[in-house]
Design a protein around this ligand. Structure first.
Ligand code: DSN
Length: 422
């Protein structure tokens, strides 16, 4: 018994040095590498405190004041605060803060209004959409009749006339707006007009741009969509998790679909951290952050264009820059690997009409949410773009790779990360 009590007080390092060591290595990687994965960010320490709290010990199936467990006095207050803050931040009628992930959030929105076999019109993955927007290997592709829209071959932007034509042709139950690799602003009013014309429900997945929406750097989908789904860990800079907003008429259906429909007990540490995330995203500093994310993406894009890269769609309106690497004679896969060795983290990504396979690709997706959280500005975006070009112009030059890696570590050290952590 004494051993048990003592064990309860021992640190991770003391109990499991192997895992503790790997977490420390990951911390060091985050500090020394330049993080350009568009869907990643660095959360404030306060968010990590919520995530690593005693809330992990508690079950709270159900909703505030209608829980299936005792002892929920404090956790239901936390959930109520998270709900109220989400509604206020985005101006929504109703919020459900329990979904564990973006995919589950989308599942909850779809299941609230769709039956198997119903039609869905959504963006194709290889033009910038998401797996949970109808990919054949995803539950959406298996359950629903999918019609996919893509981007125009010339402009590489969404052709709303084509979306309207497809909507009239297939008469979907749901139209999905939103993307995970689309660098341009999305016109949600146009989507809603198309949905209304064909009697469809508009579900917007704003996961990538949620922080820009909260900070006023992208138009909000909330006034135009019956459902808005999102993760909290991308531009919104919160914990790994998700939420769904909806108009009042769907509130009951949504809540019933999340629990007991697709989930059991909510992950309460994440719910608490989401509440803190919504609070921080409503503060004036977050507006400056969101605006800087967009300015940094524009600066990165401009310098890469000067360096001869072809930018998909010709530019960016948000946090994403999508590169077509074909003019540089390198695949996305090889570029990702060469940059990783040189201390720059990115991900290979299909570009519209990509001739390469999904595991190879001709594209590279870059994003500025994480570097902006470190305090980097336009000047540093220029340095990063130059480094990226240096590496991709000579991907097999080990000396050049080492030189860039040490420059990137110096850049990281000039913008310290988590100094108070361990
Ligand atoms: N896989 C995420 C991304 O990287 O965009 C979206 O869920």
């Amino acid at each position: 018994m004494a051993f048990f009590n003592e064990m309860m007080e021992v640190s991770l390092e003391g109990l499991d040095a192997e895992i503790s060591g790997l977490i420390n290595s990951e911390l060091e990687r985050q500090r020394t590498h330049i993080e350009l994965i568009a869907s990643e960010n660095f959360v404030p320490r306060a968010i990590m405190e919520g995530m690593g709290s005693v809330l992990t010990n508690k079950y709270a199936e159900g909703y505030p004041h209608k829980k299936y467990y005792g002892g929920c006095e404090f956790v239901e207050r936390i959930e109520e605060i998270a709900i109220e803050r989400a509604k206020k931040l985005f101006g929504a009628d109703h919020a459900n803060v329990q979904p564990h992930s973006g995919s589950t959030a989308n599942q909850a929105a779809y299941f609230s209004v769709m039956n198997p076999g119903d039609g869905m019109l959504a963006m194709r993955l290889d033009h910038g959409g998401h797996l949970s927007h109808g990919h054949p290997l995803n539950f959406t592709g298996m359950m629903y009749k999918i019609t996919a829209y893509g981007v125009d071959p010339e402009t590489e932007t969404i052709d709303y006339g084509e979306v309207a034509r497809l909507a009239r042709e297939c008469g979907p139950k749901v139209i999905v707006a939103g993307a995970s690799a689309y660098p341009r602003a999305i016109d949600f009013a146009r989507f809603r007009a198309i949905a209304d014309e064909v009697g469809a429900i508009l579900v917007t997945d704003m996961a990538h741009i949620a922080g820009l929406v909260a900070g006023g750097a992208h138009d909000s989908p909330v006034p135009h969509s019956q459902f808005v789904t999102s993760t909290t860990h991308k531009t919104l800079r919160g914990p790994r998790g998700a939420f769904v907003l909806c108009s009042a008429e769907y509130a009951r259906d949504l809540d019933r679909t999340v629990f007991p429909g697709v989930q059991g007990g909510p992950l309460l540490p994440a719910v608490a951290a989401k509440a803190t995330c919504f609070k921080l995203a409503g503060e004036p500093e977050f507006k400056s952050y969101a605006a800087q994310v967009v300015r940094n993406a524009a600066a990165l894009c401009a310098r890469l264009r000067e360096r001869g890269f072809r930018i998909v769609s010709g530019g960016t309106d948000n946090h994403i820059v999508l590169l077509d690497l074909r003019s540089k004679g390198i695949t996305g896969k090889a570029a990702e690997r060469a940059l990783e060795a040189a201390g720059i983290t990115t991900n290979k990504n299909a570009i519209p009409f990509d001739p390469e396979k999904p595991m190879v690709t001709s594209g590279l997706r870059l994003g500025t949410p994480a570097v902006t959280s470190r305090g980097m500005k336009e000047e540093q975006m220029g340095l990063i773009a130059d480094a990226l070009d240096e590496v991709l112009s000579a991907p097999d030059d080990a000396g050049a790779s080492r030189a860039v890696r040490s420059r990137m570590a110096e850049l990281g050290a000039a913008f310290p990360l988590y100094e108070s952590v361990r």
